[in-house]
Design a binder for this molecule. Structure first.
Ligand code: COA
Length: 285
């Protein structure tokens, strides 16, 4: 779908790049000739991903452990990367989430998810943004949010508040830094099977059937579809897209929001026939 050199010369950092959506994006960016840095908390996962992606793509990939919740660790990571050359793209993908009844959550549970999703993205964005601004050069930030940033969602409240904040950060800085060449956009993905997310958010396989029924396309998204969108949004081909949150969920959230959608799906053919105007009755009136 893209020319092989679409991202040639671009240096990209993906947080949480050792697994799931981040790893899929890393592979795509490497295939499109970018130089990619991945960071995450788990040394072994990162090292395995680095090796696998290097073998698979032959691309330039580096990995470094970093917990994005720790501002000093982020500053150190960004300093090390910058010593080799400035980044062109930052993809804030690292996330944490789990299903829970909110009244049962500890403060630590809130702090963990908000720390990774919101504060972590803030730490990396500030570290890169300040360097880009000081050097008078542009940059691109791609944040990964979710489809429930505006609606909120029960049972994932730490994630909902953190992702809503990340969406606000995306739109705010797109404006504040846009005049200095920094673009900031987000992808709001719907359900895309990855080990990390699905083991926490879809505990029983049978629930998949119901989840697919909630989607107009009747299926989940793929990591390949996600990576294609990410590649476009970090490339110069999307240079005039700024402050945008692109939803890719097969229409799932709209199906949930439409007042008559569920009702319409329940009606039988006979009932649809009964809903039609009755010509005889109309003529006699
Ligand atoms: N339900 C309720 N609380 C939970 C929880 C769950 N399923 N999992 C963790 N917590 C709480 C812990 O009890 C702890 O609270 P405490 O400090 O009051 O004891 C706090 O969250 C931190 O837990 P910890 O085990 O130290 O985890 P962490 O901070 O290292 O990990 C998580 C972060 C909790 C988000 C973990 O799920 C994770 O590592 N996720 C990464 C991958 C992921 O979530 N991917 C999906 C993205 S959509």
């Amino acid at each position: 779908m893209f020319q092989k050199d679409l991202l040639n010369g671009k240096r990209i950092l993906i947080t949480g790049g050792g697994s799931g959506l981040g790893k899929a994006a890393a592979q795509k960016f490497l295939e499109l000739s970018a130089e990619v840095y991945i960071c995450g908390r788990r040394h072994d996962v990162l090292a395995a991903a680095e090796q696998e992606l290097r073998e698979r793509t032959g691309g330039k990939i580096h990995s470094r452990p970093c917990d994005v919740r720790d501002p000093a660790a982020v500053e150190e990571l960004i300093g090390i990367i910058w010593a080799e050359g400035p980044l062109d793209v930052l993809m804030n993908n690292a996330a944490g989430n789990f299903l829970a009844r909110t009244e049962e959550l500890s403060l630590g549970a809130f702090q963990s998810v908000i720390g990774i999703v919101l504060m972590g993205s803030l730490h990396t964005t500030m570290a890169c943004g300040r360097r880009w601004l000081a050097a008078g050069r542009g940059g691109v930030v791609l944040n990964i949010t979710t489809t429930y940033t505006t609606t909120g969602s029960a049972y994932v409240v730490p994630s909902a508040v953190a992702k809503a904040g990340l969406q606000a950060l995306t739109r705010s800085l797109a404006v504040e830094w846009g005049d200095r060449g920094i673009r900031m956009n987000a992808i709001a993905p719907g359900p895309i099977p990855t080990e990390g997310a699905f083991s926490r958010l879809l505990p029983r396989p049978e629930l998949e059937v119901a989840a697919k029924k909630r989607n107009p396309l009747g299926r989940f998204g793929t990591t390949e579809e996600f990576a294609n969108l990410a590649a476009f949004l970090v490339s110069d081909g999307s240079a005039y897209i700024n402050g945008e949150v692109v939803t890719m969920d097969g229409g799932e959230w709209l199906q949930g929001a439409g007042e008559f959608t569920a009702l319409g799906r329940e009606l039988t053919d006979k009932e649809w026939e009964m809903m039609k105007p009755n010509p005889k009755k109309s003529a006699s009136q």
